[in-house]
Design a protein around this ligand. Structure first.
Ligand SMILES: [Zn+2]
Length: 81
């Protein structure tokens, strides 16, 4: 049996990081997420990646992306249709 994705090495990631990025946490939860980002290098890397990705996605609304970047993002993105 072949898995196409690596198992997530940190369970906190999905639980904290996504709502943190969406600013969808209470103050207490936000503090918890920030503390976790300090402790966990995996989440820190993932967080940076997500922030970059969001910046590109927002920029892409008004700017044309370079084709190599477009390709890179397309490889990462789950098809929406
Ligand atoms: Zn983590």
């Amino acid at each position: 049996m072949a898995l196409s994705f690596e198992p997530d090495p940190c369970a906190k990631c999905e639980e904290l990081l996504q709502p943190y990025l969406d600013r969808d946490l209470s103050d207490a939860e936000r503090v918890q997420a920030e503390k976790h980002l300090d402790d966990c290098s995996y989440c820190r890397k993932r967080y940076k990646f997500e922030v970059e990705l969001r910046r590109f996605v927002r920029k892409a609304v008004v700017e044309e992306m370079p084709p190599d970047l477009k390709q890179k993002l397309a490889a990462l993105r789950t098809p929406l249709l």
